[in-house]
Write a protein that binds this ligand. Structure first.
Ligand code: FE2
Length: 219
């Protein structure tokens, strides 16, 4: 089954409310906060991120590496937006996971990241999706999750999104050098469903930050 991304087209209304030449984190965040005045849609934020190029040094305080696992580094969070870098050493990858029903946008500022997109075909606990405020309770013990495609995103090229139609993916640094990606989520979320296809189970997984506001958190 092929799921197509929607085209991202510019509209004059959005162009008037964003600042395409801003390149620092404070201005990037200020632009996002302006976008909170209207409905947050996939296309509005995608257009803003496409039009806003951050200088590499803008992310300097939010770049942390760890041998054992990729790092999630919080830059900004409010009721509607969560902004972070993720730093991927060679070979590091996520589990196949959902986004708790929220939208997300990713660009790459260093290196190249592969995103494997999946489609939930069936499971033996579909009723567990009937829950308020989160996407699913998890708990299936039989799963049919099929790979749709792989999207490669590199420095300055393209954007990967998650939305309500394409919500399951796995991100991987399949290369030999470190990668830095920039993520915006709306709304923020602190847990998601992860899928273990080998063991045929899905489960809710808590998410954490390695650093916040440029400071490593206590272990
Ligand atoms: Fe993700």
């Amino acid at each position: 089954m092929e799921l197509e991304d929607q085209p991202m087209t510019a509209t004059p209304a959005i162009a008037r409310t964003t600042h395409p030449l801003r390149t620092g984190i404070p201005d990037f965040v200020a632009g996002l906060r302006e976008l909170e005045r209207d409905l947050i849609t996939k296309d509005r934020i995608a257009e803003y991120m496409s039009a806003t190029t951050l200088r590499p040094e803008a992310l300097h305080d939010y770049v942390w590496w760890r041998d054992s696992f990729y790092t999630r580094n919080l830059i900004y969070r409010d009721e509607l937006f969560e902004v972070m870098t993720i730093c991927w050493s060679p070979g590091q990858k996520t589990a196949i996971h959902t986004h708790n029903g929220q939208l997300g946008w990713m660009t790459v500022s260093q290196g190249e990241v592969s995103t494997h997109e999946y489609h939930h075909t069936s499971c033996n606990a579909p009723e567990n999706q009937n829950v308020v405020n989160i996407d699913c309770l998890g708990g299936a013990t039989e799963l049919q999750i099929d790979k749709v495609r792989t999207v490669v995103c590199a420095e300055g090229t393209g954007m990967v999104t998650v939305d309500k139609l394409q919500t399951i993916h796995q991100i991987e640094n399949a290369g030999t050098t470190g990668c830095i990606s920039l993520h915006v989520y709306s709304k923020p979320f602190d847990s998601c469903i992860a899928f273990d296809l080998e063991k045929q189970r899905c489960y809710r997984r808590q998410l954490s930050y390695f650093s916040k506001d440029g400071h490593q958190l206590e272990k």
